[in-house]
Design a protein around this ligand. Structure first.
Ligand SMILES: NC(=O)c1ccc[n+]([C@@H]2O[C@H](COP(=O)([O-])OP(=O)(O)OC[C@H]3O[C@@H](n4cnc5c(N)ncnc54)[C@H](OP(=O)(O)O)[C@@H]3O)[C@@H](O)[C@H]2O)c1
Length: 227
């Protein structure tokens, strides 16, 4: 059975990725900050490891622990959305939460890729998929607010493009994915779609990805998103 490695799997989209891949019989390596506080994740029967993606030492240690394993798919899913709405508007945005957001949403996906590239290279058709957001689309931006989150997702889109240029020639297909507006803790109860719909769509993108998709940005429904 193929193996998928997922970050930020304690709840929300990460947890639904784990559930769906497990239901399909995949070997799932799921990571989260605190496994002891993630009973829904441990109940899936996935192989669970502690990982704060912003902790470089922890990332290196997990890289050593998983050396030699094959990853068919790696999903950079962990993300944060500090300073939503009016809190994130022009005039008085605090620097520390912005830096934390960039550390988690932009830098960590690159460091995760560096850490596990050898695991991906062992697979026949490896896919490195990163959960970005349409809110990071510069072409789509037209309203004020949420610049902290928006700038982080615009930043991770460039990270993904950079990874596609580095890793495409090594046979790894790098995708940027918009999950839709989804009913999770982050998306809130009024979001438009369920985690089940979103993950079903993103898993389809991953399953159908070919080298021609390397470095592309797609929504969960298969539509290409403008950068
Ligand atoms: N929901 C939406 O509408 C929507 C739309 C566009 C994009 N996205 C993106 O989709 C991804 C998942 O979002 P979600 O809706 O599932 O959000 P969520 O319900 O808030 O869950 C976020 C997940 O990320 C984990 N996480 C945060 N910081 C982490 C870190 N430093 N190390 C490891 N894990 C960390 C959280 O772990 P803890 O439990 O430890 O906090 C949690 O498992 C994010 O990248 C988000 O930006 C979501």
């Amino acid at each position: 059975m193929p193996t998928v490695f997922i970050t930020g799997a304690s709840r929300g989209l990460g947890l639904e990725f784990v559930r769906q891949y497990r239901a399909d019989g995949w070997d799932v390596i799921a990571t989260c900050r605190d496994p002891s506080a993630a009973p829904d994740l441990t109940a899936t029967g996935a192989e669970v490891h502690a990982l704060d993606v912003a902790d470089d030492a922890a990332l290196s240690a997990l890289g050593r622990a998983l050396a030699g394993r094959t990853f068919d798919v790696l999903i950079n899913n962990a993300g944060i959305y500090p300073l939503k709405g009016p809190q994130g508007s022009f005039g008085d945005i605090p620097v520390d939460p912005w830096m934390e957001c960039l550390r988690t949403n932009v830098v960590a996906p690159w460091k995760v890729a560096e850490t596990f590239v050898a695991n991906l290279e062992k697979a026949e058709r490896p896919v490195l998929a990163t959960v970005s957001s349409k809110m990071g689309s510069i072409a789509d931006a037209s309203s004020p607010g949420s610049v902290v989150y928006r700038s982080s997702k615009a930043g991770v889109n460039m990270v993904i493009k950079g990874l596609s240029i580095e890793l495409g020639p090594r046979g790894i297909i790098c995708l940027s994915m918009h999950p839709g507006w989804v009913q999770t803790d982050m998306g809130g109860p009024h979001a438009l779609i369920t985690p089940q719909e979103s993950i079903t769509g993103m898993r389809r993108l991953i399953a159908n990805a070919s080298p021609a998709d390397n470095g592309c940005f797609y929504a969960y429904d298969g539509q290409e998103v403008p950068w």
